[in-house]
Every structure is written in C-alpha cells, then in structure tokens.
Write a protein that binds this ligand. Structure first.
Ligand SMILES: CC(C)(COP(=O)(O)OP(=O)(O)OC[C@H]1O[C@@H](n2cnc3c(N)ncnc32)[C@H](O)[C@@H]1OP(=O)(O)O)[C@@H](O)C(=O)NCCC(=O)NCCS
Length: 470
C-alpha cells in the first residue's frame, strides 16, 4: 500500500483506539432490539425521542459517540472499505464479495453517465438557483428518464406496450394496503407485515437506488461546473466513485490521497440514524410517492443550516475570524451575543461525534499538503474547538460535529463551498435509499398528531363588519 494511504489508515485506526479509550471499552447499547408496538416513549417537540420505525441499517449511540452501519463500526469501514462497498452494505445488508463488488461498482459507474439528464438541467437556469434546489430538480428529471428506460425495457421484453401498466407504484414495488384509523391498535399488534417478495420489482427498485446514488454525484458535479460557466464533464469509467466525483467537479484527476479522503468523507456521511432528512425521505415514501420524490424531500431537508447546510456556514464563520490569535476574543463576543457556533452540538451526540474524530485528523493530514491559507484556517478551527470544548463541552455536552471539519476537508479537495451541502447529499443518498426501501417493506403512512392550542367556536364576523384589530 502507498505510504500516504497507510498513514491515513493509521490515523483512522488511531482515532478508533482513542475513541475506545475515551469511552472506557465497548459500548453498552441503548435503544436496540425489537419494538413491542405500540411502543411507549417520551416524546418532545419536533418528535424528539419518538420511535418512528425499526431498522437494521444503522445505529447511533449519542452518549458514547458510536456509529455503526449494519453492525460494522464506522472506523473499520473508513479504514478498510470504500464507498462502493459501504453503499452495497447499506442497501443489501452485507458486505459484497469481490464479484458482487465488481458488478455493483460497474453498475454505479454506468449510472454516472447521464447525458440526457445533464442536457435537461442545462435548459434550466441552474446558475441562478441554489445548488441544492438544482439537485432537487435533478431528481425529478432523473425520475423521468428512469421511467422511460424501464418502459423501454418492458416494452422490449413483452413486445406489447398495451399490457404494461406504467404507474410509479407499480414500478417501485411500494404498494401496501391502506389501513383505516380504527384499525390502528390492531395493526400495531400485527407488527411486521412483510409483503411477498417480487423479484422483478426488487431489481427495479435496486436499479433506481443505483441510478439515484450515481445520478446525484454526476448532477452535483455538473451543477457546480455550470454555475462556474464551465462545461459538465463525462465521468471516467476507470475511476472509483469518489475519484470520479472529484474529477467531474474539478476537472482534475485526484491523487490517491485526495481520492481516499473523499472516499472516507462519503462513507462518513452515508447514513446517520433517523435524522431530519432521512425522516423526510421516509415520510414522503410512506405516502407511496416515488423513490425520486422521497430523495428530493431528503435533499430539501438537508439544505437547512441546522442540518446539512452547517458545513458551508462553518467555513464562512472560520473565514470571518482574522487569525488564530483572534479566536478567544471572537468566541467571547459570540457567546455574549448567545450565537450558535456552527459545527458544534448535536441532537444525538452529547460527546464527540465519531465522524469528527476521523475527519479532524484527516483535515490536519490534508492541510500539511495545502498552502498557508488552509493551515491558518485549520489553526483557527483548532483554537475554536479548544475554546468551545473547554466551556460548552463540559457544561452542555457540546462538541464538534461532522460539519466542523468536513468543510475544511472539502475545501482542501477543491470543492467550492456552495457545493459542500450537495456533496453531503451525494454521500447520504445511499443511506436515504436504503432506509426508504427498508421502511416500505412494512409501510405505514406517517401521521403524528399536533396538539391544538387555538380557540374553538369563534364567531364568524362578515368582512364588512370587521374592524382593523380584532
Ligand atoms: C445541531 C443542533 C441543532 C442540535 O440542537 P439541540 O440538540 O436541539 O440543542 P439546542 O439547540 O436545544 O441547544 C441546547 C443548548 O445548547 C446550546 N447550543 C447548542 N448548540 C450550540 C452551538 N452550536 N453553539 C452554542 N450553543 C449551542 C443552545 O443554545 C442551548 O442552550 P440553552 O439550554 O442555554 O438554551 C444545535 O447544536 C445547533 O444548532 N448546532 C449548530 C448547527 C450545526 O452545526 N448543525 C450541524 C448538525 S450535524
């Protein structure tokens, strides 16, 4: 193995050993095992604490700072696997054999080629839209072409287009009988109602997942280039997923180090429990909308600064601090104004985010190769981390989250800051699709309640009798 790649692997293994030491051994899992529906739990505003469903895809332990995909430690996946293996793992539940990996990687690479979608995108004012809005639009365009290709395949198979019912629900294999309100308790008791497996539909759904995972990468890269007045680039079929993403975006074939760091970053962002964007995807899927619309919902949720939008804001924040020496004063002012420090704090983690534990050292590693500006940004980040951890860490359990270092890493990889959140979406697409497909196997449409706090039986006053202030 290349010396630098070995150094990266050692850094990740080192972070893993440190994490174990910090938590004094193995994790003691909480919130695991089968749910006995109807479940009892304490729910806060924003559904905090609510149990939405069971899952075998990923596990986050916020108190002990642990993250697992399908039972594998995130540290091991980052040190030894690549994004293609991880995407396969999330979708299929097991790590691929060499042959399965070759086939899956080939499928992802084939799906990176989408000239028709890119041509359509160029027809919109992508330059004037936000990159996340453009990416959302791309999912709609991709859906159209996916449907067209499925339709063509089926026509070719049957050679009789009249027999084919081309609804979304049919093509995605998502239908579950609707249940009435009165049946709610009965249905809780019924627990898992897995539908009969339809292999053709499963294959089609898997193809749609691959189409979306690769498609978002190609579209994000194209959107970035269009916004800079550059022509989108075709992927290079000899490159890995991570390398292709960087190549299509920057026009430069990445070095092995850049490729590995992009790959680790994709793995780290691939899945993360029932976060807002994953939940949004599942909510849309639960209505038996389609996979593309579900991923579009995830993209919309991820856009917000409290979720995926934080990484871009972190870099803006760091750029706004004059020097490493100015950090203490800047932090004092921010605290006085009760400002939230971007890249810190997490709804689930009340300790170090394990993803930040990996990305932090990688940011250091990268900036050793970068110019003085990157080094200065990193020093500012380090000083700010020390300030926040020594104050808010102790008092409120606020530590760096994944976004604190991802922006620094992305910048060093040549990704423009406006593309940080789209890059997060590209990575998360494997988690979103895996979770949507898993949820649909036992689908129940989401329908939480809101508690009404308004008036009742107000007297209706005709408009001509209404005074200005009622
Ligand atoms: C991620 C986040 C929304 C989680 O929020 P949460 O668990 O709901 O926590 P709250 O927003 O309720 O904050 C709890 C307390 O910690 C404080 N806090 C949380 N994050 C903070 C931050 N980044 N900087 C300063 N204070 C913070 C809040 O002000 C609040 O203090 P209070 O109890 O005195 O009012 C929040 O930490 C945040 O906004 N972080 C910055 C944005 C970010 O980095 N997002 C990426 C997440 S991966």
């Amino acid at each position: 193995m290349d010396k630098e790649l070995k150094q990266i692997q050692d850094l990740i293994i080192g972070a893993s050993i440190q994490a174990q030491k910090d938590r004094h051994g193995a994790i003691s899992p909480a919130f695991v095992g089968r749910v006995d529906w109807p479940a009892e739990c304490t729910v806060g505003p924003g559904l905090e604490g609510a149990i939405a469903c069971e899952t075998e895809i990923g596990y986050v332990n916020g108190t002990q700072g642990a993250l697992y995909y399908r039972g594998y430690r995130i540290y091991d996946l980052c040190a030894y696997a690549n994004y293609e293996q991880v995407a396969y793992l999330l979708l299929k539940g097991k790590l691929p054999t060499p042959k399965q990996l070759t086939n899956f990687s080939r499928k992802l690479t084939e799906n990176l080629f989408m000239p028709k979608v890119i041509r359509s995108l160029i027809g919109f004012d992508v330059e004037k839209m936000s990159p996340m809005a453009s990416l959302n639009l791309a999912t709609t365009v991709m859906k159209q072409y996916f449907d067209d290709s499925i339709m063509d395949q089926k026509k070719a198979q049957k050679n009789n287009s009249d027999d084919f019912i081309g609804t979304d629900e049919d093509s995605m294999g998502m239908e579950t009988l609707p249940f009435g309100e009165q049946k709610a308790v009965y249905e809780f008791d019924a627990k898992k109602k897995k539908r009969k497996v339809d292999e053709d539909k499963e294959k089609e759904t898997f193809s749609a997942c691959c189409h979306l995972i690769s498609g978002l990468a190609t579209c994000a890269a194209a959107i970035s280039r269009i916004r800079q007045g550059l022509m989108p680039l075709d992927p290079d079929k000899n490159l890995s997923f991570a390398a292709n993403y960087l190549y299509m975006m920057t026009g430069k074939r990445p070095t092995a180090v850049e490729e590995k760091i992009m790959d680790v970053s994709l793995i780290l962002h691939a899945d993360h429990g029932m976060n807002a964007s994953t939940f949004a995807s599942i909510v849309v899927a639960s209505t038996l909308s389609d996979l593309y619309a579900s991923i579009g919902a995830g993209i919309s949720a991820l856009k917000g600064p409290l979720h995926g939008g934080a990484n871009e804001q972190v870099l803006n924040m760091l750029d706004g601090i004059e020097s490493p020496e100015a950090v203490a004063e800047w932090y004092k002012n921010a605290t006085r104004k009760k400002e939230k420090i971007m890249g810190f704090g997490h709804r689930v983690y009340k300790t170090y985010d394990p993803r930040a534990k990996i990305l932090g050292p990688l940011a250091h590693f990268m900036t050793d190769y970068a110019g003085p500006d990157a080094k200065k940004t990193l020093q500012i980040a380090k000083n700010l981390e020390n300030e926040v951890v020594s104050t808010l860490g102790k008092s409120k359990g606020i530590y760096p989250n994944v976004d604190f270092y991802s922006g620094i890493v992305y910048k060093a990889l040549g990704i423009p800051s406006e593309m940080f959140t789209p890059t997060f979406a590209v990575a998360r697409c494997s988690g979103w699709t895996a979770r949507v497909v898993e949820y649909l196997a036992t689908n129940r449409i989401f329908r939480p309640r809101a508690i009404y706090t308004g008036d009742l039986d107000r007297e209706y006053i005709p408009i001509e009798e209404r005074r200005k202030q009622q």
